[in-house]
Design a protein around this ligand. Structure first.
Ligand SMILES: *[C@@H]1O[C@H](CO)[C@@H](O)[C@H](O)[C@H]1NC(C)=O
Ligand SMILES: *[C@@H]1O[C@H](CO)[C@@H](O)[C@H](O)[C@H]1NC(C)=O
Ligand SMILES: *[C@@H]1O[C@H](CO)[C@@H](O)[C@H](O)[C@H]1NC(C)=O
Ligand SMILES: *[C@@H]1O[C@H](CO)[C@@H](O)[C@H](O)[C@H]1NC(C)=O
Ligand SMILES: *[C@@H]1O[C@H](CO)[C@@H](O)[C@H](O)[C@H]1NC(C)=O
Length: 447
């Protein structure tokens, strides 16, 4: 892997682009008709507890302290101090060393080592316009992308073939089950891709989708199955859990509180998690649930991700019975914000890129190696309870797969920006049909 130092300018640009594209989205507008309720219950119960008469003598030291108010988009830190180094105490110490659960893994072909092959006979797996669940953020052809080459690539491992996608077979695997994607907008893209890949195999009147704020559910009546998406960009509870309105100045998370989301995902039979791009910032703020005065601790983005991953790993370790549940973790989705990564000396980004990268050793500055090592470490502790969908390297090659300017932008663009397409190109998300379809083929392969 090429060892690259991210120049300061590129970093500032990266943070800017991630901010303006990742956080500035109203995404599932087509299917989301209601404003999310934003954790009202939490407020009510807090109010109730606070208004209890003070007459009961509180002398029992084991009584819980005042329950923490749920974080929401209005949450603020009263003050901020540097990170103290504290960690939550988990039932399972994910920081201790261990291997893949001691289970020797079957020697199999490495499906991640391979190349993209142009294949316009089997791809795309569905057409953009025939998928009723398509998002305006990902429908690149509809938004004017003239070159459609990005739809015609098959991932070909060097030493074997991926299982051929078959939507009927996938539905059979899902019969009587709940498949849930949990994460950020990249994960939502994979969920939409899955809906598009699956929908044509069942009659339109046997499928329905429920817009349900942060949890959206597609139900397939004839298979008694659901394919769901849960918005949880930081995995743990945070001030960004509102699926529509999360364009905030600061990210506040509760590294010891995962219940808000886990209570929604725990009933799923197959879980597909992701988390990465939201942590690509200088710092995030921690608001521990035991902190009653609103004091936050400031921590480096990746270190914040590590704390959230530990909370998540603890949930997996203590709640997942591998015989009953499958858990997948999707690794970093690469960005293509700096053209000089693949064309040294040039300026710009993924705008106007029409072909995948051929160099098999290619690794861009958008995929952070320390983060990858941290994720490796956490996943290793979980052994066979988690299957990794290691999409990073294969997606690194696909500089041609992003929406760039061919998507709906939720804010009007200035004429200045319009004159310089690269300045507002989305090089984070992926056009559909496209790269996430292959991530789902990998999921199908391992299911
Ligand atoms: C303290 O509270 C716990 C649970 O709230 C209760 O089971 C226990 O009996 C209490 N102990 C005393 C000494 O009041
Ligand atoms: C596939 O691509 C080849 C080469 O670009 C072209 O000649 C052929 O017409 C295409 N076939 C289809 C079905 O689009
Ligand atoms: C897809 O899977 C179904 C059910 O397993 C099977 O009957 C069908 O032949 C498969 N289709 C193809 C094209 O392999
Ligand atoms: C549908 O699946 C659920 C589990 O997701 C199960 O509890 C229920 O019995 C199933 N219903 C039918 C009619 O098979
Ligand atoms: C994913 O693949 C990369 C190589 O592309 C490897 O370095 C990394 O350890 C893998 N991560 C996991 C969690 O398997």
């Amino acid at each position: 892997m090429k060892k690259t130092r991210l120049p300061l300018l590129a970093l500032i640009f990266f943070v800017f682009m991630v901010f303006s594209i990742l956080y500035n989205e109203c995404n599932i507008q087509q299917i989301n008709t209601e404003q999310p309720e934003n954790d009202d219950n939490n407020h009510q119960s807090t109010v109730k507890i606070e208004s209890l008469p003070k007459s009961t003598p509180v002398q029992n030291f084991t009584l819980p302290k005042k329950p923490p108010v749920g974080l929401d988009k209005f949450s603020k830190c009263s003050s901020t101090v540097p990170y103290s180094g504290r960690r939550a105490v988990w039932a399972v110490d994910t920081a201790e060393s261990g291997g893949r659960g001691g289970v020797p893994r079957r020697e199999e072909c490495d499906v991640y080592s391979g190349k993209w092959v142009f294949d316009n006979t089997s791809y795309p797996l569905y057409s953009e316009s025939s998928c009723p669940y398509m998002s305006d953020q990902l429908a690149c052809h509809k938004h004017g992308r003239p070159d459609l080459g990005y739809q015609f690539w098959r991932w070909q491992p060097h030493n074997c073939n991926l299982k051929r996608w078959n939507s009927t077979e996938m539905w059979e695997k899902l019969r009587g089950k709940r498949l849930m994607f949990v994460g950020d907008s990249l994960n939502r893209g994979q969920w939409i891709s899955m809906l598009c890949m699956l929908q044509s195999a069942i009659p339109a009147d046997k499928q329905s989708i429920t817009p349900n704020a942060e949890l959206t559910i597609l139900t397939a009546e004839n298979y008694n199955a659901t394919v769901e998406f849960l918005w949880a960009p930081l995995l743990v509870e945070s001030n960004s859990d509102d699926v529509v309105d999360h364009r905030l100045d600061e990210r506040i998370l509760r590294p010891d509180a995962i219940r808000r989301h886990s209570s929604q995902w725990e009933h799923a039979d197959i879980l597909v998690f992701n988390s990465y791009l939201w942590w690509r910032q200088d710092s995030v703020k921690l608001s521990w649930s035991t902190e009653e005065n609103g004091v936050c601790e400031e921590i480096d983005g990746m270190k914040g991700m590590e704390l959230a991953m530990e909370a998540w790993a603890d949930w997996v370790a203590t709640h997942v019975d591998s015989q009953k549940k499958r858990v997948f973790f999707v690794t970093m989705s690469p960005t293509h914000l700096a053209k000089e990564d693949w064309e040294p000396g040039s300026e710009g980004n993924c705008y106007n890129e029409k072909l995948p990268i051929k160099d098999e050793k290619y690794w861009g500055t958008g995929s952070d190696l320390p983060t990858m090592r941290m994720v490796d470490k956490v996943l290793n502790q979980l052994g066979s309870k988690v299957t990794v969908l290691n999409i990073t390297q294969l997606s690194e090659y696909r500089k041609d797969g992003h929406p760039t300017i061919y998507r709906k932008f939720w804010e009007p663009l200035s004429t200045e920006k319009m004159a310089d397409p690269a300045s507002y190109s989305d090089c984070l998300h992926w056009c559909l049909p496209g790269v996430p379809d292959v991530w789902n083929e990998l999921l199908f392969h391992f299911l």
